[in-house]
Design a protein around this ligand. Structure first.
Ligand SMILES: Nc1ncnc2c1ncn2[C@@H]1O[C@H](COP(=O)(O)OP(=O)(O)OP(=O)(O)O)[C@@H](O)[C@H]1O
Length: 238
């Protein structure tokens, strides 16, 4: 496994609300946790519990009300918006539920778009082969399956060679078999490229493959556990 004992993502006292007065919702209420470099961390929580908000704060897309976030020694709250943009370009890859590919670009071109953002992108042919997309590289997203589109989205996140990959319900739009294939790919990517992976999901079964499991409830972490014996993604069942 790629995991280490070096703290990489350090979150302390993180708080976030939306709305005011009657409409005020305290989404995150003092989240404190540490994810080590190279770990797969799965965050569980019911719909509306704040999982996407947590990812938005880690990615610096939204500001917190209070608390601190440090990623790879870089303290986000101390960064200017220009430096936050640079942090996202250099350090982060995103994988979403609905792929968000550019329809007019081929599979290869969709990945190349983010490769250009990096000073040390992964070699394109090796990456496409590793993703099982080499034969499909010149097709457009509408010409490939949902699983292949999600593999392309993972490639787009990965090609920059980022330290951190944030996944928001990455299997939410996929059937059982394809979901497992995508999770196996995430596991392999984590092992081969050493990136830290944070996956937020409703699906508790996915937590079994994690090195660390976080469970959000009422704005707080109801669970923050190290999983001593993660199960291979191929063995997950739900
Ligand atoms: N920009 C916003 N303005 C106001 N309220 C928001 C905003 N974004 C999120 N919320 C509210 O914050 C709460 C948490 O939303 P969030 O999307 O983080 O939850 P989630 O756990 O990711 O949910 P799901 O699993 O359904 O995606 C919800 O009550 C949501 O309505």
């Amino acid at each position: 496994m790629a995991k280490s004992n070096t703290p990489y993502l350090i979150v302390e006292g993180l708080a976030k609300h939306y709305g005011d007065g009657e409409a005020r919702v305290q989404v995150l209420d003092g989240i404190t946790t540490t994810v080590n470099r190279g770990e797969i961390c799965v965050m569980l929580g019911p719909s509306g519990s704040g999982k996407s908000t947590f990812l938005n704060l880690i990615s610096g897309l939204e500001g917190a009300d209070g608390g601190t976030i440090s990623v790879g020694g870089c303290k986000l709250t101390a960064l200017s918006s220009k430096d936050l943009g640079e942090y996202r370009r250099r350090e982060l890859g995103f994988v979403f539920q609905f792929y968000n590919l550019v329809p007019d670009l081929t599979i290869k071109e969709n990945i190349e778009v983010t490769a250009h953002l990096s000073s040390n992108p992964l070699p394109m042919e090796e990456l496409l082969r590793s993703l099982g997309l080499w034969e499909h590289r010149n097709k457009f997203p509408r010409q490939v399956s949902g699983g292949q589109q999600q593999r392309c989205a993972i490639g787009r996140a990965l090609v920059k060679n980022p330290g951190l990959i944030l996944c928001d319900e990455p299997t939410g739009a996929l059937d059982y078999k394809t979901s497992k294939e995508v999770l196996e790919l995430m596991e392999r990517v984590n092992r081969e490229y050493g990136c830290t992976v944070v996956i937020v999901t409703h699906n508790a079964a996915i937590a079994r493959m994690a090195d660390r499991v976080l469970r959000l409830r009422d704005g707080r972490l109801a669970e923050d556990e190290v999983n001593e014996s993660p199960v291979s993604a191929s063995k997950l069942d739900w």
